[in-house]
Design a protein around this ligand. Structure first.
Ligand SMILES: [Zn+2]
Length: 235
């Protein structure tokens, strides 16, 4: 009898310790939340940098075929890798992009939506209304797109895959940027970098739910920073 009780107590102590260790590992002291999807250990370390340059324009000729390219910095290979990251999405894909006109990557985003991934897209309203923008494609496929009239640019260029991988950098997702500009892209699944991007996206997503009132000229002159909306004015 006594050994049974001892065994029971021992089991409870062990279970409590396991729960405590898990809690310490997952708890995020910054916001008190337990971001389960981020806190789980990454399967592998993703850390990749891509550079685009003037010479990238020479590769545009083979963008639509499977021709092998000897250049280690081939933008077509980079595009395929970016497409591969989007194709990995299983649960959620968050896109925040100033200009998004690249059809290859737009199709990958739509395909993610079609296979049941929750896709949320934030665009700059003015750039989203240009002819080459993919906004109509996203809307037509029932993807949630948020953009509001702002007195500043929605100038971000980042995409988050399953709250686990961030693709960011200088480049807008346009063919002219991929094939001719000096640009960079960083891909990482480092939680300390991914988490702030997830939080920023969630913040922007809520902010853009309803039209944002424009402030009076007087307020703009007085305040370089709008504390209620967290927006820097153009100075
Ligand atoms: Zn190439």
């Amino acid at each position: 009898m006594g050994s049974k009780i001892l065994f029971l107590i021992g089991g409870m102590v062990f279970a409590t310790e396991v729960v405590w260790q898990l809690y310490k590992r997952l708890y995020n002291p910054r916001n008190g939340r337990i971001p389960l999807t981020i806190a789980k250990k990454p399967e592998q370390n993703i850390s990749e940098v891509m550079f685009f340059s003037r010479e990238s324009s020479f590769c545009r000729a083979h963008v639509n075929n499977n021709e092998a390219c000897l250049k280690s910095t081939c933008p077509v290979q980079y595009l395929r890798r970016m497409e591969g990251y989007i194709n990995r999405a299983e649960k959620r894909l968050d896109v925040c992009m100033y200009v998004l006109t690249c059809q290859l990557l737009s199709k990958a985003i739509v395909n993610a939506h079609k296979r049941g991934v929750i896709v949320n897209i934030i665009l700059d309203r003015r750039m989203a209304c240009t002819d080459s923008s993919q906004t109509a494609l996203f809307h037509g496929n029932g993807i949630a797109v948020r953009m509001q009239e702002l007195d500043v640019l929605m100038h971000h260029k980042f995409v988050i895959v399953d709250n686990e991988i961030v693709i960011t950098g200088s480049v807008n997702w346009t063919m002219s940027a991929f094939f001719g500009n000096f640009e960079n892209i960083l891909v990482t699944n480092q939680p300390s970098i991914v988490l702030p991007f997830v939080e920023e996206f969630d913040k922007l997503w809520k902010l853009l739910e309803y039209p944002i009132e424009s402030e009076s000229e007087g307020n703009r002159r007085r305040l370089p920073f709008n504390p209620t909306k967290g927006i820097m004015w153009n100075m």
